[in-house]
Design a protein around this ligand. Structure first.
Ligand SMILES: Nc1ncnc2c1ncn2[C@@H]1O[C@H](COP(=O)(O)OP(=O)(O)OP(=O)(O)O)[C@@H](O)[C@H]1O
Ligand SMILES: [Mg+2]
Length: 244
């Protein structure tokens, strides 16, 4: 994505209109149950999911503007607990890739949260300074990076995903899965825009856009992203980000 392309600006601008209409319509249906209802539990759940995702799409449009800000090297410095952002990013990704798990989680209390995750093959391992102390950076960008890596792992895993948070000065986060892995000869390409290892499939699982954005933002943060993977051995993406 480049700021030089006025077509992209126009698309972002024009998409906000129809999206606002979808949001208002769904909100109306949800708030006017007395006139339009009563709804079944399934109808309410479906409307709520539509509402959540229309809100998310709107937030994503705003995030595109955030990516522009990163391109200019503009980050907002704030202090936040990384575990909170990790949890939000996990919810974001589950909502899109595995909405059933995300619904199960939103019904679970704090105690059974970890149990629901582990029942679904998702584990977290937190260590280092930022488990107890806040990290200083742009939380929205960190959430964007994590959401992309986590949604890839959820999409391509067989059964498990492990999230690891560590680091004492720089923040280090790894996202590991047990999927088919990425052959060595393709590892240089996956960070390029629109690259998809399944591009020969009629309907590939994604746009091939996420990792190029992630790499771009991480580099603007003066951090780095690395990948350990091989054919049939799963993948582990690790980002290292110095505090701002
Ligand atoms: N965890 C993973 N396991 C296996 N392949 C992966 C993994 N993450 C990324 N890839 C490969 O790298 C490609 C690029 O990833 P990227 O996130 O940029 O795009 P995408 O997930 O296909 O689409 P989107 O733009 O929606 O994120 C993927 O299409 C996939 O082929
Ligand atoms: Mg992706």
């Amino acid at each position: 994505m480049t700021r030089k392309d006025p077509l992209v600006d126009l698309l972002i601008h024009d998409l906000t209109g129809p999206l606002s209409i979808v949001l208002t319509s769904v909100n109306n249906l949800l708030t006017k149950q007395d006139k339009c209802g009563p709804y079944t539990e399934y109808q309410v759940d479906t409307l709520k999911r539509a509402q959540r995702n229309a809100e998310k799409a709107k937030a994503l449009l705003l995030e595109i503007i955030e990516v522009y800000r990163s391109e200019e090297g503009l980050f907002r410095s704030e202090k936040f607990m990384v575990a909170d952002i990790l949890r939000e990013a996990l919810f974001d990704a589950l909502d899109i890739v595995n909405p059933d798990i995300s619904e199960e989680l939103s019904r679970a209390g704090n105690d059974s949260f970890r149990q629901v995750l582990s029942r679904n093959g998702i584990t977290t391992e937190l260590s280092g300074r930022y488990t107890a102390e806040p990290f200083s950076h742009d939380s929205k960008k960190i959430r964007q990076i994590l959401r992309n890596l986590i949604s890839n792992a959820l999409k391509y895993r067989k059964t498990m995903m492990k999230l690891t948070l560590s680091g004492d000065t720089d923040l280090v986060i790894s996202v590991e899965d047990d999927g088919d892995g990425i052959p060595k000869e393709k590892q240089n390409y996956i960070f390029k825009r629109f690259f998809n290892t399944q591009s020969k499939k009629e309907t590939p699982d994604g746009l091939g856009f996420g990792l190029s954005c992630v790499k771009h933002i991480v580099e603007k943060m003066k951090g780095d992203i690395s990948l350990e993977s091989g054919e049939g051995t799963g993948s582990c993406f690790t980002v290292r980000i110095p505090p701002l």
